[in-house]
Design a protein around this ligand. Structure first.
Ligand SMILES: [Cu+2]
Length: 638
């Protein structure tokens, strides 16, 4: 469920309809101008949309790095590199330094503000009525878009510290307006660890309150981090493609129907004789929270910049890729949509699923806990990719003289979620050609151990419960505040505001299990910066061989009925195990990656303090400098 868009944005949505119809090609419609990504004074983000099958330019930065300039053309934003407004796919190796200078040339922050929708009113929300049993709920406030932007490297296991992946304070100011960030450009220097998982990552802005708008307007791009697996594939001559799914609009006008899903009692059953005034608030007020929505719109998405048709369209409307008979290709797929889930399959022209092989998820090759690669498995199961997630697969050529399709199936996002119908994304065809069979067996290394290997074997020092909640504004149809908080005595549900203190503090080197509870009737995608985790359980079912993930789908809540032992509502739940390496200490954001939810408060900060051992080591080094360093065993032993 999301906020409806402004009338301006609705016009944008209507404008898109003719573009989609172009695929069915009535010659009477005006053709869009030929695609030209050159960034000029007249067209800062280029002209036209890329034709089906377009592949974004790839950049392998030199040591001096690259410059990404954020430019604006009305309601479009773009990353410009080397004069091209087609966000580059950045390729970089494990163990190297990636230097990116971000320049902000945004000229009209009000356009960003209009895209972020009316969900954030100028005044604070009306309060949710307080109750002794329930956590207090603080209403949200509006953030007006400022045009500030910054860069987040999603999934990178680098410290949340300048000049690396620090997104809470570091930003760049637009070309107009007050200088809040104190700089128009910032140079990030990411030192990519040699033991980070190798695979597909990505970059996008992370200025709280305007992430959704800036991404919808065009700001996102892929990063391929290469290691031994990639070297083996290249040596085998395997063809690789990078597929980026973006969301172009957020057109749905959420229309909640009050209390449609549950008839929750005003207060949960309380043990007899226990006075209300002595009750400790320990519950989420589902009576005021839970709503269903009848969403009218279906959001447009694009593949590598080309709008994806909705409903029937000729094959010519899609990317059309040819694979040598009996051969295969390696596809890296990024879901950069602001809130659309993908459920990906290869199907034949009758809709029957074809096998594919999953190689990596969220930038991490599939390994067991020790770091040994899991044997490749052919699967016909649809692959769920939440917003921000990545899927890397081997795609076999279809049978000779037949076609196959990459599709995203319809996704049930819950009664308050968005409509996600089935859509075709690309057409695949087998063609006679050399190299097919040669490319089908790349000799890959057997191990892909990384800094998160051994996670499951580590001792869990603490268990926490993290709750996801939403409260609509009383009397309002589509104004919603979003919350994420740890459930514990004294919890207050409060939408995240910039500068808020950390919600959770841990010591580096420790390992925890977090149960993420979804008390709403729509899916959410839990993401934590810096670290990968493994899933232990989903909705009570143990998860075997969970891949290392940096984002996980959290199932929606279900109504259980008034007299149910567990209360009227059972939250959706996932249990994850996560460890906080010493070298990633700092303030680590965690949030829902449906970025409208994040913008509207479903975000918090985890502070990872250096371990006591590391602090003693550092103190010892200070006392004994310059004759000994932080590695001094005497200092570490104290
Ligand atoms: Cu969410």
């Amino acid at each position: 469920m999301r906020h409806s868009l402004t009338s301006d944005s609705r016009r944008g949505a209507l404008f898109l309809a003719p573009l989609l119809l172009l695929a069915t090609s009535p010659p009477t419609l005006p053709a869009s101008p030929p695609f030209d990504p050159r960034s000029t004074a007249a067209a800062p983000c280029g002209v036209g949309t890329p034709p089906p099958g377009h592949e974004s330019p790839e950049l392998r930065p030199a040591d001096s790095g690259i410059t990404l300039t954020v430019r604006q053309d009305g309601k479009r934003l773009c990353y410009v590199a080397n004069g091209s407004a087609d966000a580059p796919i950045i390729r970089v190796g494990l163990g190297s330094e990636l230097v990116v200078t971000l320049r902000n040339e945004i000229t009209d922050p009000t356009a960003i503000d209009s895209v972020s929708g009316p969900g954030k009113l100028l005044s604070a929300n009306e309060p949710v009525p307080p109750s002794d049993d329930y956590y207090p709920v603080v209403p949200g406030k509006r953030h007006r878009a400022t045009g500030a932007t910054n860069l987040h490297v999603h999934g990178f296991a680098v410290p949340p510290v300048r000049p690396q992946d620090e997104v809470l304070m570091t930003c760049t100011d637009p070309a107009v307006g007050p200088a809040r960030c104190g700089q128009r450009a910032f140079t990030y220097r990411y030192r990519i660890p040699a033991d980070m998982p190798e695979g597909l990552y990505w970059y996008h802005p992370h200025v709280h309150g305007e992430v959704q708008a800036q991404m919808l307007m065009g700001l996102s791009g892929a990063i391929v981090v290469e290691g031994p697996q990639e070297a083996a594939r290249r040596q085998a001559g395997l063809r690789e493609r990078v597929l980026i799914v973006r969301q172009i609009q957020d057109a749905d006008a959420g229309r909640p129907q009050p209390a449609a899903m549950t008839a929750a009692p005003l207060t949960p059953a309380r043990p007899a004789g226990r006075a209300a005034s002595r009750a400790v608030a320990n519950a989420v007020d589902t009576d005021h929270e839970l709503l269903c929505a009848r969403n009218s719109g279906i959001d447009a998405i694009s593949l590598n910049g080309t709008p994806i048709p909705l409903g029937d369209a000729p094959d010519s409307a899609y990317a059309h890729w040819q694979i040598p008979e009996n051969g295969r290709e390696f596809w890296r797929i990024l879901n950069a949509a602001t809130d659309a889930f993908l459920s990906l399959s290869l199907v034949d022209d009758k809709g029957e699923a074809l096998p594919l092989q999953v190689v990596a998820i969220d930038g991490s090759p599939l390994t067991d806990d020790s770091g040994a690669l899991l044997p490749p498995v052919d699967t016909v199961e649809p692959q769920m990719v939440p917003p921000s997630g990545r899927l890397e697969i081997m795609v076999p050529a279809p049978a000779p003289h037949s076609r196959a399709y990459l599709v995203t199936h319809a996704v049930d996002t819950g009664c308050a979620g968005d409509r996600l119908p089935e859509r075709r994304l690309a057409v695949i065809e087998a063609v006679p050609g050399p190299g097919g069979s040669r490319a089908s067996a790349p000799p890959a290394p057997h191990r892909a151990a990384n800094l998160f290997s051994g996670l499951l074997a580590r001792r869990t020092v603490r268990r926490r419960v993290i709750v996801l909640a939403e409260y609509p504004r009383p009397g309002s149809e589509d104004q919603i505040d979003f919350y994420i908080a740890e459930r514990r005595p004294g919890t207050v549900l409060k939408p995240y505001e910039m500068g808020d203190p950390p919600a959770i503090t841990v010591r580096a080197g420790t390992t925890e299990e977090w149960t993420i509870e979804n008390w709403t009737h729509e899916l959410h995608a839990f993401h934590i910066h810096q670290v990968h985790f493994r899933v232990l359980q989903s909705d009570g079912e143990p998860v075997q061989n969970s891949p290392l993930l940096d984002v996980v789908n959290v199932p929606y809540a279900t109504a259980t009925g008034y007299h149910s032992k567990e209360g009227p509502v059972r939250p959706g739940r996932v249990v994850i195990k996560v460890t906080f390496p010493e070298r990633l200490a700092g303030d680590i954001p965690f949030h829902c990656h449906l970025v409208d939810h994040e913008d509207n408060g479903m975000m918090a900060v985890l502070r990872v303090l250096p371990s006591r051992q590391a602090r003693r080591g550092a103190a010892g080094a200070r006392r004994t400098r310059p004759s000994s360093g932080p590695g001094d065993p005497a200092a570490a032993a104290r």
